[in-house]
Design a protein around this ligand. Structure first.
Ligand SMILES: [Cu+2]
Length: 192
């Protein structure tokens, strides 16, 4: 019995070493899924959402974003229902960075044309370690919400109201509020 424990420990140790050995030349392995842009209400700004998965064992960071449709794209987080521009967002090793309504998001400012539902915009994501990734982001309806589980998305199309506080943030990207919030945005643009 004791021997078995020792053996198990030895095996665990070996595995540990093997992992550590791999770690030396490993890199973040990023993939992007579920990207979309809700159709913006005006040409001033649009929001963008996506999930960046990191299947590597080294963390990375989303550091900047560019797009041919906007003069500038900034990275925002939402804290207490207020948006805040950040320089980067962490993409944990073996984890993912989620940009979703009411939370982290991309903010397209100064649109060169108003993207319409059914179109695609090209976005280039820049990272701390990984090479830039080009992503085709489909433009969805202004109220579009991705169904992540299927299970929890109920029958009602407008069911997103159930998500409570999550939705408050998203309202700012959906409709009228965005027009009104232009001021707030340029304000926090100026602040930085
Ligand atoms: Cu924002």
């Amino acid at each position: 019995m004791n021997r078995r424990t020792t053996l198990a420990a030895a095996l665990a140790l070996t595995a540990g070493f093997a992992l550590a050995g791999c770690g030396g030349d490993s890199a973040p392995k990023l993939s992007v899924s579920g990207a979309y842009m809700p159709q913006p209400v005006d040409q001033n700004m649009a929001g963008g959402f996506l999930v960046i998965k990191n299947s590597g064992d080294t963390a990375d960071k989303l550091t900047s974003v560019t797009s041919d449709v906007a003069k500038s794209v900034t990275i925002h987080t939402t804290k207490d229902n207020k948006m805040e521009e950040v320089k980067s967002l962490d993409i944990p090793a073996g984890g993912e960075l989620e940009l979703a309504r009411g939370g982290n998001h991309l903010m397209f400012m100064g649109l060169k044309k108003k993207p319409a539902e059914g179109q695609q915009v090209t976005v280039e994501l820049h990272f701390d370690k990984s090479k830039p990734l080009k992503v085709e982001v489909p433009v969805k309806s202004g109220t579009y919400t991705p169904k992540d589980d299927g299970a929890k998305t109920g029958s009602g199309g407008g069911g997103s109201m159930d998500h409570g506080s999550m939705d408050h943030g998203s309202m700012q990207h959906d409709g009228s509020q965005h027009e009104g919030s232009t001021e707030g945005h340029s304000q926090h643009d100026a602040k930085k």
